[in-house]
Design a protein around this ligand. Structure first.
Ligand SMILES: [Zn+2]
Length: 182
């Protein structure tokens, strides 16, 4: 039993170094069909993790989530005039994490915390509807991954967008669920 525990910890660390085991599956920009960003910059690790919702329809397949994300990117780049999609990562109802700007690039999602925070946005509207368990598990795993890789400071603070800017984001239901992401 003891041998098994030590063995499984060793195997986990080994795969973690290989970036296989300790992070959730992340659908890359190429996989969801992203356009190229216009600029990039960031200094890691960050002190804040900021939770958002997209206030779009829900999606539960990689194809439908990718399509949602492409239209969010189009809106952020063409209507808002930003250099890229605003979020660092998105969480799909299919249980996948989608790469937005990623770990290394400053986002445009929460005024005041963009430089020092990772923005994670749940695809859908979570004002009156709870985020399902698969989305919560994926987001939690992403945060754990960021902590292990020291992209996120150990003493980080978890914020809802409404804690930082005047907005209802990430919705009442998801805001109440946020403690489960720690
Ligand atoms: Zn927000």
């Amino acid at each position: 039993m003891r041998y098994f525990v030590i063995c499984s910890i060793t195997v986990t660390l080994f795969f973690c170094i290989l970036e296989i085991e300790c992070c959730p599956r992340i659908v890359s920009r190429a996989q969801w069909g992203a356009r190229k960003p216009r600029s990039v910059s960031r200094i890691l690790p960050v002190r804040y993790v900021v939770i958002h919702h997209t206030v779009t329809g829900f999606c539960n397949t990689q194809a439908s989530c990718s399509s949602q994300i492409r239209s969010i990117q189009r809106y952020h780049m063409d209507s808002r005039g930003w250099s890229d999609i605003g979020y660092n990562f998105l969480v799909g109802g299919d249980g996948n994490i989608y790469e937005g700007r990623g770990w290394n690039v400053e986002g445009a999602h929460a005024r005041g915390l963009n430089r020092n925070g990772i923005g994670i946005s749940f695809i859908g509207n979570f004002q009156a509807r709870s985020a399902p368990a698969n989305m919560m598990a994926a987001a939690k795993k992403l945060i754990q991954c960021g902590l292990r890789k020291v992209y996120i400071m150990r003493n980080y603070q978890l914020k809802g967008h409404r804690d930082v800017n005047p907005t209802s984001c990430p919705g009442n239901k998801l805001y109440r669920q946020m403690n489960n992401l720690r």
